[in-house]
Design a protein around this ligand. Structure first.
Ligand code: NAD
Ligand code: ZN
Length: 445
C-alpha cells in the first residue's frame, strides 16, 4: 500500500493520470473488509495511526457497491516571519509565484498597514496579477453576505482554479476567507496571514473555516487546510492589549490541559509578555511557539474532528453561549477564559483538581488580567442549557474537559456526572470570588 501510495503521489505530482485498474490490481484489495471502512478521512497522515483502520487506497468494487479512497495528504505550513510585508521579505512571494492573487484585508489592517501591503505587492508582482479588497470584519460581519462579497471580488478579477486567496487580518477575516476558498469554484488554495494573537496561535494552526449563521457562532463552515499560515509577530504591536489577553487565554488553555512548563512560563513571563504585546523576540516568542506546537500535537491526529473527544475544546463549552448572550461584547478569548474558570471550579468541586492547584490557576488569571466571571452572562441555568447543546453537538456525549492537575486533563462523558447543583455551586463560588476581587482591586466600583 505504501508503495502504491508513493507511486500515486508521484504520479499526481507529475500530472500522470492513475488508472483505477492499476490501483485495483496493484493493491489486491479484499472484498470482505468492505464493512470495516471507517468514516475517518484516510490517507491523512495522522502520526498516531490507529490500529483499527485497515489502510488501502483506490477503488473497491462489488456488485452493488463501489468504494473510493484517495490518497490526498493534508500538508500545510506555519511560518513565523517578522515583517512579512517588508520588500526584502520573500516568504509570502515565494508561496505565490506565477499565480493570480486576491488579497482580502480587514478594514482595521488596511487602515494601519494598507500602504505597506500595497507597496509590497506592487514591488513583487505584475499589476494585473493581484487585486486587493477591503473587507468589513467583526463577529456581526462574519456572515454569508461577506462570503459572497469575497467570491464576487474573486470572480470579477477572473481568479482561476490556480489562483490564491490571501487573508490579512484577525480570526474573523481568516475564517471567512478560508470558507470562501473552500467553495469558490469548488475549492482553491488560500494563505492565512493572522494579525492577532488568537489568530496566530489558534486559527493559523487548524483547518477550520466558518461563518456565523442564524444566531449561532461558526454554524456554517468547512474543514479546509490553507496552503500556508504566515505569522508575523510585528503585527501584534498595534493589537489592543485586550485582544492580546484573548490570545493569552488560548495559550493558558493549552498550558492547563497539557503543558505544565508552559503554565510556569506564563506565571513567570506572562506580565512581561503583555507589556511587549507578545511581539518581541524574547521568551514570549518561545511561549507562542510552545503553545502552537502543543496545539498542533492535539489537532493533527484528528484534523477532521472525527473523534469528538478533543482536549482543545477545554474552555469552549459555555463560551459560545457567553459570547452570543453578550451580543459579542465579550470577546471569544474572554469567554474562553470565563468558561475555563468555571470548568476548573467544577473540576475542583468534583475532586479532580486540588484546591491548591485551582487557586494557583486563579492567581495566574489575576496576575495577567484574565476575566473569570461575568454577571450578565453567567447564569447557572443558562450554562446548564449550553451543556445540553454541546451534548448534541459532540455526538450525544458531553466530553466535558476537566483538568486533573496543571498540565493534564480528562473528559466527563455524561451531564449527570456533573449535576446541575455542582455547576450552580461553581458559578456561585466564582461570583463571590469576583465580588471580593473587585472590592480589593477597585474598592467595590
Ligand atoms: N478557525 C479556527 O480554528 C478558529 C480558532 C479560534 C478562533 N476562531 C475564530 O476567530 C475569531 C476570533 O479571532 P480574533 O480574536 O483574531 O478576532 P478579530 O478578527 O475580530 O480581531 C480582533 C480585533 O482586532 C483587530 N485587529 C486585528 N489585527 C490587528 C492588529 N494587528 N492591530 C490592531 N488591531 C487589529 C480587528 O480589527 C478586531 O477589531 C472568532 O470568530 C473565532 O470563532 C477560529
Ligand atoms: Zn477558541
Amino acid at each position: 500500500v505504501n508503495e502504491l501510495n508513493s507511486f500515486a503521489k508521484h504520479a499526481k505530482e507529475e500530472n500522470v493520470s492513475v488508472e483505477s485498474e492499476d490501483i485495483k490490481n496493484g493493491n489486491g484489495v479484499k472484498e470482505d473488509s468492505l464493512m470495516s471502512l471507517s468514516p475517518k478521512k484516510i490517507g491523512t497522515y495522522t502520526g498516531r495511526e490507529s490500529n483499527d483502520v485497515e489502510k488501502w487506497y483506490g477503488i473497491r468494487e462489488s456488485k452493488n457497491k463501489i468504494q473510493i479512497r484517495n490518497f490526498e495528504d493534508v500538508i500545510y505550513t506555519i511560518v513565523t516571519s517578522p515583517n512579512v510585508f517588508t520588500p526584502t521579505n520573500h516568504v509570502l512571494a515565494n508561496f505565490c509565484k506565477g499565480r493570480k492573487l486576491v488579497i482580502l484585508v480587514s478594514e482595521t489592517i488596511d487602515n494601519l498597514y494598507g500602504k505597506k501591503i500595497r507597496e509590497y505587492f506592487i514591488r513583487q508582482f505584475p499589476l494585473d496579477a493581484f487585486f486587493i479588497q477591503r473587507i468589513k470584519t467583526g463577529e456581526k460581519q462574519k456572515n454569508l453576505r461577506n462570503i459572497e462579497t469575497i467570491c464576487l471580488t474573486a470572480k470579477k478579477f477572473k481568479l482561476d482554479r490556480k489562483g490564491l486567496l490571501i487573508a490579512v487580518g484577525g480570526g474573523v477575516l481568516n475564517d471567512m476567507v478560508g470558507f470562501a476558498a473552500s467553495i469558490y469554484k469548488r475549492g482553491i488554495q488560500y494563505i492565512h496571514i493572522n494579525t492577532t494573537l488568537v489568530g496566530q496561535i489558534d486559527v493559523a494552526v487548524g483547518i477550520k473555516t466558518a461563518v456565523n449563521f442564524n444566531g449561532t457562532k461558526n454554524f456554517l463552515g468547512s474543514f479546509y487546510p490553507p496552503m500556508a499560515a504566515l505569522n508575523d509577530p510585528t503585527f501584534l504591536y498595534t493589537l489592543p492589549i485586550r485582544e492580546i489577553r484573548c490570545g493569552l487565554a488560548e495559550i493558558l488553555k493549552m498550558a492547563i490541559i497539557c503543558d505544565r512548563k508552559l503554565f510556569e512560563l506564563l506565571e513567570q513571563y506572562g506580565e512581561v509578555g503583555l507589556g511587549q504585546h507578545f511581539a518581541e523576540d524574547t521568551v514570549t516568542r518561545e511561549i507562542i511557539h510552545r503553545a502552537i506546537i502543543r496545539m498542533v500535537e492535539e489537532l493533527y491526529p484528528n484534523l477532521y474532528e472525527s473523534n469528538l473527544e478533543r482536549l482543545v475544546d477545554f474552555g469552549h463549552t459555555f463560551s459560545p453561549r457567553i459570547e452570543v448572550k453578550s451580543k459579542y461584547k465579550i470577546r471569544h478569548g474572554e469567554a474562553v477564559a470565563i468558561d475555563m474558570a468555571i470548568s476548573c471550579r467544577v473540576a475542583c468541586l468534583l475532586g479532580y483538581l486540588t484546591t491548591e492547584e485551582y487557586e494557583r490557576i486563579v492567581r495566574l488569571y489575576m496576575k495577567i488580567g484574565l476575566p473569570f466571571f461575568n454577571e450578565q452572562t453567567c447564569d447557572a441555568k443558562d450554562l446548564w442549557d449550553s451543556l445540553i447543546e454541546i451534548y448534541l453537538h459532540r455526538g450525544m456525549k458531553l466530553n466535558f474537559i476537566v483538568p486533573l492537575t496543571i498540565g493534564a486533563a480528562d473528559f466527563i462523558k455524561e451531564k449527570e456526572d456533573i449535576g446541575f447543583s455542582v455547576l450552580q455551586q461553581a458559578v456561585s463560588d466564582l461570583r463571590n470570588l469576583f465580588k471580593e476581587y473587585r472590592m480589593i482591586k477597585f474598592g467595590g466600583n
